[in-house]
Design a protein around this ligand. Structure first.
Ligand code: ZN
Length: 128
């Protein structure tokens, strides 16, 4: 069954299909056709932004700092390799009607790029 979504929440992205590099890690991404502007924690970017793995990294460093939640001696890499930790993201993505799913996250890239700086990604340019 389709989800019920208010039409004005969906933005048609003018640059759909064009390629951009992630502003944080540089991986090549494709601009999606649409974005749900109420989706959390991940929305498709209109022009430039972060790849989904870098968005999750930012979420885990800034919005829900995972390092503060770890037991003593545990590492971020160990935590992000645990299936039950990843499954929690499936629920977060579903509850926020995100534009993507946990299965799109490259967790090994999240771990490999963990120490790259995070900032506020651009790409949430709104339709006028
Ligand atoms: Zn990235």
């Amino acid at each position: 069954m389709d989800e019920f979504i208010w039409p004005d929440e969906i933005e048609i992205l003018e640059n759909a299909g064009q390629r951009r590099n992630c502003l944080r890690c540089g991986v090549e991404c494709v601009i999606a056709a649409t974005a749900n502007r109420t989706a959390r924690p991940v929305q498709h970017a209109a022009d430039e932004g972060y790849c989904v793995s870098c968005v999750i990294t930012q979420f885990l460093k800034v919005e829900m700092p995972i390092e503060e939640l770890l037991p003593s001696g545990a590492t971020v890499a160990e935590a992000l390799r645990l299936p039950h930790v990843r499954r929690q993201f499936q629920a977060v993505f579903a509850a926020g009607r995100s534009d993507t799913s946990e299965s799109q996250v490259d967790w090994e890239r999240v771990i490999a790029n963990w120490d790259l700086p995070v900032g506020k990604p651009k790409g949430r340019k709104r339709r006028k």
